[in-house]
Design a protein around this ligand. Sequence first.
Ligand SMILES: CC(C)(COP(=O)(O)OP(=O)(O)OC[C@H]1O[C@@H](n2cnc3c(N)ncnc32)[C@H](O)[C@@H]1OP(=O)(O)O)[C@@H](O)C(=O)NCCC(=O)NCCS
Length: 152
Amino acid sequence: MSVKERKVSESVSETIHVVRPNHLNASGRLFGGILMQWIDEVAMLVSKRHTHKNVTTASVDQLTFLKGAYQKDVIVLSGKMTYTGRTSMEVRVDSYVEALDGTRILINRAYFTMVALDENDRPAPVPRLILETAQEREEWELAKKRRENRMK
Ligand SMILES: CC(C)(COP(=O)(O)OP(=O)(O)OC[C@H]1O[C@@H](n2cnc3c(N)ncnc32)[C@H](O)[C@@H]1OP(=O)(O)O)[C@@H](O)C(=O)NCCC(=O)NCCS
């Protein structure tokens, strides 16, 4: 069923990974390429839930590695829709190390532009984003500025 608009909360997605030996780089930290794959998967999940369509990654605007992660760390990735255009969407993905007591430390923040695809693999219209909170409206304005900069 084709829906014209969806709330931010309807596509919020989380995935969890445990850092294993095969995820480490030569320095014994979580390899950035592995984290980028996990982030890309969350961005895909969020945008598929928003559009109910196939999607593809068009660009990565910002990918900030704030802290390292190590073997046995529990990594929580949390993604949400920040902006919708005609066929493209921006998704923010925050990655955390979660301690045994549940405390989360932010290790990465990324903004991905995803594009919805029709059955011919061409860009397809996406549902409008319903903004319900002041934070969602603020995210939208910042995403709009990022989009304008990208267009330049
Ligand atoms: C992304 C892709 C589908 C866009 O196709 P296109 O023919 O350029 O389509 P359009 O010009 O109609 O653009 C469609 C939308 O994508 C946006 N877009 C296109 N290229 C973009 C880019 N590099 N960064 C951000 N947004 C982009 C446009 O602004 C437009 O958004 P809007 O409809 O919300 O205004 C096409 O470039 C593609 O398939 N790229 C490869 C994607 C891929 O394989 N990703 C996986 C990497 S391994």
